[in-house]
Design a protein around this ligand. Structure first.
Ligand SMILES: N[C@@H](CCC(=O)N[C@@H](CS)C(=O)NCC(=O)O)C(=O)O
Length: 231
């Protein structure tokens, strides 16, 4: 795996200058790993909200810094003052609750519920296919029929994303939202992959999400979101 080992070292990029009256906003610290899709969700959200973080970059071969701080080994983990938040979507919700402007979630309750449904569908339904393929490929005797069935589901999902972008710039409307943060780090592999990123899961995304000429809006959206800053 291509992961940087930075152990517990922390690069200081956060707010360090005391504001008038000695007030310093709480420092955000993000535990991250190179090429992590779930970390990129949070990195997009932090930059969108204009927030800076200290980064602790871990290696998957030694997750002790993350385990120590959060009691579990997956990234991202955000430390916000006294609060430790694990799980990318929970972090997006935490950022929205504590720093609502600019918004990543609709203020209107019905639209917000629709976005919640999208996030649940993406994580709990859409991701089943690439996760299943990865599981097969990592097993001793991959079931090629199951792989092809799951790959077909991934390819078919591209039409749904294309339709979500009909007449609007982002998955949930004209504005960038948590839907874009959540989906982009996965869907981008249909167009772009850092050559240094050779994670099996990402190669699976690249292979089965490759865009064709039926998906011009999705291609434009990937290019558009890819230009956004990340924390
Ligand atoms: N549900 C979690 C999943 C986190 C997760 O799976 N993170 C991956 C990186 S994208 C990880 O830490 N993987 C370590 C491993 O699988 O060894 C979230 O959305 O943050």
């Amino acid at each position: 795996m291509n992961l940087l080992w930075c152990g517990q070292s922390v690069s200081e990029t956060g707010q360090s200058t005391p504001r008038s009256g000695g007030y310093r906003p709480p420092m955000l610290r993000l535990y991250r790993a190179a090429f992590s899709t779930n970390v990129e969700r949070v990195a997009l959200a932090l930059a969108f909200k204009g927030l800076e973080v200290e980064s602790v970059e871990i290696s998957y071969s030694d997750r002790s810094p993350v385990v120590e701080v959060s009691g579990q080994g997956l990234v991202p983990v955000l430390v916000d003052g006294d609060e430790v938040v694990a799980d990318s979507v929970r972090i997006l919700r935490h950022l929205e609750a504590t720093r609502p402007d600019p918004p990543l979630f609709p203020r209107d309750a019905a639209r917000r519920a629709e976005l919640d449904v999208f996030l649940a569908w993406f994580n709990e339904v859409w991701k089943v296919a690439p996760n299943g393929i990865e599981e097969e490929k990592e097993g001793e005797s991959p079931d090629e029929r199951r792989i092809e069935e799951l790959a077909g589901r991934m390819r078919a999902s591209l039409d749904r994303f294309e339709a979500l972008l009909d007449g609007r710039d982002h998955l949930f409307g004209d504005d960038f939202s948590a839907a874009d943060c959540a989906a982009f780090p996965f869907l981008k592999y249909g167009v772009v992959r850092d050559p240094a990123d050779e994670e099996l899961f990402h190669l699976i995304l690249e292979e089965h999400l490759a865009l064709n000429d039926r998906h011009p809006r999705l291609r434009d959206w990937i290019a558009r979101v890819n230009e956004r800053p990340r924390a």
